[in-house]
Design a protein around this ligand. Structure first.
Ligand SMILES: O=c1ccn([C@H]2C[C@H](O)[C@@H](COP(=O)(O)OP(=O)(O)OP(=O)(O)O)O2)c(=O)[nH]1
Ligand SMILES: [Mg+2]
Length: 156
């Protein structure tokens, strides 16, 4: 893979100096892996707000997006309850991960230092609302929620 040609500066404060900075596991990865500051046991169906020990200064025009790790979901049924979590650019507190164990039978053990989620830095527009009486016409109009067909090879 070619070297990164562009990256956005992201200020980070380590509230827990014992943990490494969040990092991309591979060049080209979209998410910085976030680690847990403490041990947690999640019984089936249980959730926990897991500290990451990191506070960020998300640049204006961006949002920090807290995503699940697909390996945790596939192997253990563990995901981020509010996925994707929204870290506002004005937020200066510790980023926390609302981790939930959806496995019906197996408890899940988080250990300090485990990578529990990933943070994506995503451009986001701020809307300036313009109230109107009529919206512009389109081919779709107001159809949605499956109006174009269901699932399956033939569109259902
Ligand atoms: O997964 C997440 C989601 C949010 N936050 C922090 C950063 C974010 O800026 C703040 C508020 O999040 P959000 O707007 O999603 O929550 P809310 O329920 O609307 O709370 P508030 O009224 O404080 O905005 O909480 C996290 O640390 N992790
Ligand atoms: Mg909010």
């Amino acid at each position: 893979m070619r070297e990164l040609t562009s990256a956005v500066d992201l200020a980070v404060r380590r509230l827990d100096p014992g943990l490494p900075l969040p990092a991309y596991a591979h060049p080209g990865d979209a998410g910085l892996d976030l680690r847990a500051t403490a041990d947690h046991t999640l019984e089936p169906g249980q959730r926990a707000l897991v500290g990451t020990g990191m506070a960020f200064e998300i640049p204006p025009g961006y949002v920090g997006s807290v995503h699940p790790r697909s390996g945790l979901a596939a192997r253990h049924g563990v995901t981020v309850l509010n996925a994707p979590g929204t870290v506002d650019s004005g937020y200066r507190g510790e980023v926390k991960v609302n981790l939930v164990n959806l496995d019906p039978t197996q408890p899940f053990h988080v250990r300090r230092g485990d990578r529990v989620a990933q943070l994506l830095l995503i451009p986001v527009a701020t809307a300036r609302l313009v109230e109107v009486d009529v919206l512009s016409e389109t081919a779709r109009g107001d159809t949605g929620h499956g109006d174009s067909g269901g699932f399956g090879p033939h569109g259902g």
